[in-house]
Write a protein that binds this ligand. Structure first.
Ligand code: CA
Ligand code: CA
Length: 253
């Protein structure tokens, strides 16, 4: 029973600590680097510290592009996208039945171009004024989290990423997010979009997503930490401690 007493003491200690910190139930870093390579699908699931996040690769049309298909890839520098798409344009061609003709006799013909992205980074893919803006979506499956830091691999000094949280955007230069200047004013949420940005020199950025660090609250605690209602959250966390105790007892039995 000495072990059980220690567990009880640990649970009470943790609960008291959480009460002091209000509803914050933990801080987790998820490292996305690896050698999985380019996947056939568009998402990967990562779990760390009991929290899962689904990262989905996608891309936004910039000028009427269609058939947009993103695949996710995992590399030693982090996660990236490869995105194929189509666009419609017009070309000057000889009238039908003629293999050659003078320029003045050429007519407009509508053609569909298919673009294959060979860049494994998250970037803006462009061809002849048509392109897509790639992004990675982070979905915490309803668990409210607050991003504290984002780290990027494979980036230049001027490369940028735009983080979209609840329709608010912040742009990060140099590949690493400052937790204070970029994220402290945002409420916790379960969905984040991290988009390729334009770098400070005006060109397209390209980077890979290396890791994220975030805090999260107990999903049963109700109000998130930004809402000033600490008492119910603390009571719920006490319940979490007791639930954990029951789990330990079953394991020992
Ligand atoms: Ca790409
Ligand atoms: Ca670059």
């Amino acid at each position: 029973m000495a072990i059980l007493r220690k567990v009880v003491e640990a649970c009470v200690g943790v609960t008291m600590g959480l009460m002091a910190a209000q509803a914050s139930a933990g801080v987790v870093t998820i490292n996305f680097t690896g050698n999985g390579g380019l996947k056939s699908g568009n998402n990967m699931v990562f779990t760390s510290g009991g929290v899962s996040v689904t990262v989905t690769a996608g891309a936004l049309a910039l000028n009427g592009e269609t058939n947009i298909t993103s695949r996710i890839g995992q590399y030693s520098e982090g996660l990236g996208n490869s995105t194929n798409y189509s666009y419609t344009t017009t070309e000057k061609v000889c009238p039908s039945g003629k293999s050659s003709c003078k320029d003045k006799d050429k007519v407009n013909k509508t053609v569909i171009k298919n673009v294959t992205d060979n860049d494994h980074a998250v970037d803006n893919v462009m061809e002849d004024g048509h392109g897509v803006r790639e992004f990675l979506k982070l979905d915490f499956a309803g668990l409210n989290v607050q991003i504290l830091n984002i780290d990027f691999g494979y980036h230049d000094k001027n490369d940028a990423a735009t983080v979209n949280i609840n329709n608010n955007s912040t742009t990060i230069y140099g590949g690493k997010a400052d937790p204070i200047t970029n994220f402290s004013s945002y409420s916790a949420t379960n969905l984040y979009w991290i988009l390729a940005g334009m770098n400070s020199g005006g060109g397209s950025s390209d980077w890979k997503l290396k890791s994220i660090t975030f805090s999260f609250e107990d999903p049963n605690s109700g109000p998130n930490p930004q809402e000033d209602v600490p008492a119910p959250a603390a009571l719920s966390l006490l319940g979490l401690g007791l639930t954990g105790l029951g789990f330990v007892r079953r394991r020992r039995g």
